[in-house]
Write a protein that binds this ligand. Structure first.
Ligand SMILES: [Zn+2]
Length: 254
């Protein structure tokens, strides 16, 4: 069994707690979708009654879905990385095929792709956990009115207006996740891929509805990032804490 095995939950080796603040540079459109196991990529931002009023929430499952899609896109567009480094599982399965096709499911549970080795599948435990994101402080929701666009002619349908609920730009959210039993080192394909995802988060990742008009651009604020790494070394638990540029370095970025 290689060091990059996915069947390693009998033994705690290393854990990273990552937290920071994320800001939406553009409005985020609120969807009405509920929670889904693999994250609802189309409708990832919902409202929940918290403290007696409706507050926007980005469920952890949404983060997971968005990050998983980002990982799939990168792996599918870079087969040469797997070839150069001899990572034969540097490929991305279609998770919906895995859940619906028993043959593909058996194969993916026996020999998972790199994305499943991080995010899990029907038979493989996830090595990452994302927490719900809530806005810091007061984040009033806004309603804006938009003109419906005819999907077939791409022209405006006269008089057809609809209301969209949004979170205004420049709202700060907390972001928290855990990485379990993956060393954030470029020699480990999983660490390599996760570092790529953190780089993307620092550059901006789009979530929610209205992507085509630039909505939902989320950017992780570098100097807010904190990393707590816990590792078993020589039978002892060692804890390391990083902030600022050191935290980014611990995640393989910067
Ligand atoms: Zn897979």
């Amino acid at each position: 069994m290689s060091d990059y095995s996915f069947e390693d939950f009998d033994k705690f080796k290393v854990r990273y707690g990552v937290e920071g603040e994320i800001v939406n540079e553009t409005p985020i459109r609120i969807g009405s979708g509920g929670r889904q196991e693999f994250g609802s990529v189309d409708n990832p931002v919902i409202t929940l009654p918290i403290g007696g009023r409706e507050r926007p929430v980005i469920p952890g499952s949404s983060w997971k879905g968005v990050m998983r899609s980002e990982a799939e896109r990168f792996v599918n567009s870079s087969p040469e990385i797997g070839k150069e480094r001899g990572w034969e599982f540097w490929r991305a399965c279609d998770i919906f095929e895995v859940t619906s096709n028993p043959d593909i499911r058996r194969e993916e549970e026996k020999n998972p792709c790199i994305v499943c080795r991080i995010f899990g599948n029907t038979g493989v435990a996830s090595h990452v956990h994302f927490f719900d994101s809530l806005p810091k402080g007061d984040a009033p929701l806004q309603v804006i009115r938009r003109v419906a666009i005819d999907r077939i002619t791409a022209g405006q349908s006269p008089g057809r207006l609809f209301d969209v609920q949004i979170v205004p730009p420049k709202t700060r959210w907390d972001f928290r996740m855990r990485i379990i039993n993956i060393e954030m080192k470029p020699e480990d394909p999983r660490g390599f891929l996760l570092s790529y995802l953190f780089k993307q988060l620092l550059d901006g990742i789009q979530i929610g509805g209205g992507k085509s008009i630039g909505y939902g651009l989320m950017v992780l604020i570098p100097d807010t990032v904190k990393v707590k790494k816990m590792k078993i070394e020589g039978g002892k638990l060692r804890t390391e804490e990083y902030t600022g540029p050191e935290a980014l370095k611990a995640l393989g970025v910067g």
